[in-house]
Design a protein around this ligand. Structure first.
Ligand SMILES: [Zn+2]
Length: 267
């Protein structure tokens, strides 16, 4: 088996996780910028975090032979403070030329507030001005449908943005269709407690097909499983999907999307 982990918050994980992912055939891991579990007190905290994502974590991953890529932004959970967000967004362009940066993410909405929307628009503008790919976090549970609609509206209202260069993550049964119908990519997050189980994700694939869609573990500092993608692959095989189908879902599809960035290379 070979696979790409398109969404893993590896700075929160231990070296055993890198070894396990390599043992299961992981070929690359992509790390979106994320909330640290607490609010950072200044833009300086983000500067250090962007250094960690672009310099230090790729080196740690390389010790285990795993290529590490990242996405940069201020996460929606910290977007309530628009002044802080604009200071952080001003820091980002100096990092965009670094060799492992894939784009702007994970941006989006958390509580669908007015300030979050404003910061989302600032990020979309940043991505458009610098011709970057976009990775979007959609809110959880009851806010997800409304939040997904708001996010898709922001992206479609900016004529510089091409839907095929944006992935909308954490889709579920009630949001995946509108994402795919409007030409965006969709990410399904496999979580043991919330978001999507492997069984539900495979149901979604069987209904909506395997174009422009991928699976990820979104493993972070909370309850999450770094090997969720290879485990879902075993479940796909158990349900009778071919090895070719599984390979397309967990390896070829992420490569197709990520290769739109000239920096993404899988050997
Ligand atoms: Zn995430």
């Amino acid at each position: 088996m070979r696979y790409i982990e398109p969404h893993g918050h590896m700075v929160s994980r231990v070296t055993d996780d890198y070894q396990d992912m390599m043992s299961c055939g992981c070929q690359a891991v992509c790390e979106p910028a994320f909330w640290a579990g607490f609010d950072r007190s200044s833009a300086d905290g983000f500067y250090d975090y962007f250094c960690q994502l672009t310099e230090h974590e790729p080196k740690r991953a390389a010790r285990f032979g795993l290529p590490h890529y990242c996405w940069l932004c201020i996460n929606p959970k910290e977007s309530e403070d628009v002044k802080l967000a604009s200071e952080v967004i001003e820091l980002i362009p100096q990092f965009l030329d670094r060799p492992t940066v894939l784009g702007i993410g994970e941006i989006g909405l958390n509580k669908n507030s007015r300030n979050e929307l404003k910061v989302l628009e600032m990020h979309v503008d940043l991505a458009a001005r610098h011709d970057q790919l976009i990775l979007v976090h959609t809110p959880h549970l009851e806010d997800k449908l409304k939040g997904t609609r708001l996010i898709l509206d922001v992206l479609r209202n900016d004529s510089r943005i091409q839907p095929g260069r944006c992935v909308i993550d954490h889709v579920e049964e009630h949001t995946v269709k509108s994402v795919l119908d409007q030409g965006f990519w969709a990410g399904m997050t496999l979580y043991p407690e919330s978001k999507c189980t492997a069984a539900r994700a495979i149901d979604i694939l069987e209904v909506y097909g395997s174009e422009r869609i991928w699976m990820n573990s979104a493993c972070d500092w909370g309850v999450s499983v770094p090997l969720a993608v290879p485990r879902a692959a075993l479940e796909m095989r158990r349900r009778g999907h071919t090895a070719e189908f599984v390979d397309r879902m967990i390896y070829q599809n992420p490569i197709r999307f990520m290769s739109q960035s000239p920096r993404f290379k899988v050997v």
